[in-house]
Design a protein around this ligand. Sequence first.
Ligand SMILES: NC(=O)c1ccc[n+]([C@@H]2O[C@H](COP(=O)([O-])OP(=O)(O)OC[C@H]3O[C@@H](n4cnc5c(N)ncnc54)[C@H](O)[C@@H]3O)[C@@H](O)[C@H]2O)c1
Ligand SMILES: [Zn+2]
Length: 501
Amino acid sequence: MTDTAGVPGKGSAGHERREVDVVVSGARSYPVVIGSGVVAELASWLPEGTARVAVVTQSGIRVQVDPGVAFETYLIGHGEEHKCMSTVEDLCSRWSEDGLTRGDCVLAVGGGMVTDVAGFAASVYHRGIPVIHVATTLLAQIDAAIGGKTGVNLPQGKNLVGTFWQPSAVLCDTDTLDTLPPREWRCGLGELAKYHWLGGGRLDELPLVERIARCVGVKAGFVASDEREAGRRALLNYGHTLAHALEIAGGHELRHGEAVGLGLLFAAELARALGRIDAAAVAEHRRVVGGYGLPMRIPDGTDVGSLVPLMFRDKKAIGGLTFVLDGPGGCRGGSRRRSGGGRGDSGGCPMSSAVPMVLLLSGPNLNLSGQREPEIYGSATLDDLVEAATDEAAALGMEVQHLHSNHEGDLVDAIQAARAETAGIVINAGALSHYSWAIHDALAAFAGPVVELHLSNPGAREAFRHESVVTPVATAVIAGLGAAGYPLAMRAMAGLLAATF
Ligand SMILES: NC(=O)c1ccc[n+]([C@@H]2O[C@H](COP(=O)([O-])OP(=O)(O)OC[C@H]3O[C@@H](n4cnc5c(N)ncnc54)[C@H](O)[C@@H]3O)[C@@H](O)[C@H]2O)c1
Ligand SMILES: [Zn+2]
């Protein structure tokens, strides 16, 4: 590690040592030991009676380990293409040839790639043998090696196969980071940045050992409350919704940690647009991400229009598109906003009256809400949905005018008429969303913000619903949140009308 951006006090960290317990499944726990030289403690952390150790690592990771018992080293390849089932099969075959048993232990020495692959192989070999992680990248020390998630990629996508398999111990020796290439270091800082808003506080002011320990403590807290990622643990994805889309859109030129930094900036802007945080909190996101030497702008040439559909296909977007957002009372909500391009400057909203008027449009078949496929669209009737939106709008100082029509032309007429008096449009165009260029054109000629709304998550349904012709002219999209999307759309609209984009 030659680039020490964001590492105040690394030198002064001295021989500090921290131990954080990760509690899983109630009673069981394991230690994460952090400090300079802690890899020397390895032998004392092996499960009792361990006969032999299988060290899994990569070439170029020059971390010496001495488990104090016989050991064999197994090298795996570099890069995500080697994080695959055939690497796992190969490891298990070699372990089998060498007679590894459940009385032995796997030792993963490396970054997140090694801990994910070795952890996965250990979890399935002989139906599970113990594993210890010696995490040698910043990202692995603060995230990947903690929490028991393992996984490999399939040709169809990243981390699609995996297990929850908790290690017996994790050693985070900060000396190992000395050889980390600068970009790897910076990527770790991108992941670390999210912890500032997950309870970590001003991590950039702490010496390295303390900083890592704080992140491990935060992650351990999430893991303890939610070992299998059903709820709170998902907050660890702060900044990740846009990050994953950016990584794919850019053909992985942008590394994960760098993308997370940008995702944090985006989430902050979105939270501010929704009225959850103020300008000072957005500035704090910029200070932290910039201070860690991470990119502050999405790369030139990024196809911005592809980001929204990509975000919908994120595997974490189970019920819809969800963003973890900062705010005074914790994190909730899901919405997306088109950033840059497309609509051009929307500063000239015709917002003349004191009470802004919002046009809420409901397209084909929404009159059957509550009766039609309630397992997909929910049980609320159109009246319920409109009432929820209207009440929320009133609480936010806006008025709602609602129109439902099964006819494309009626919706186009209403959008055109809105050009005179209406501050913003919230539109659920139903199936017309997917092919009505007439609605697209009408909305493009409307100067105010447009929130596209869907009860279900079209991206997770039939292929014909994946593309929306409304999205390119929408300022924000809310989908997959069912009836809850309606009041949220009004909150988004209030934020969009208040903000200058
Ligand atoms: N399981 C989880 O909860 C979780 C969480 C986050 C990320 N991940 C996974 O972690 C992986 C990324 O991990 P990463 O960022 O650590 O990258 P990585 O493991 O691919 O390591 C990056 C490069 O740095 C090298 N390296 C590692 N330690 C080094 C050292 N001390 N000195 C010099 N070179 C060193 C590696 O050999 C590799 O070439 C991804 O596959 C991701 O999916 C898993
Ligand atoms: Zn991440």
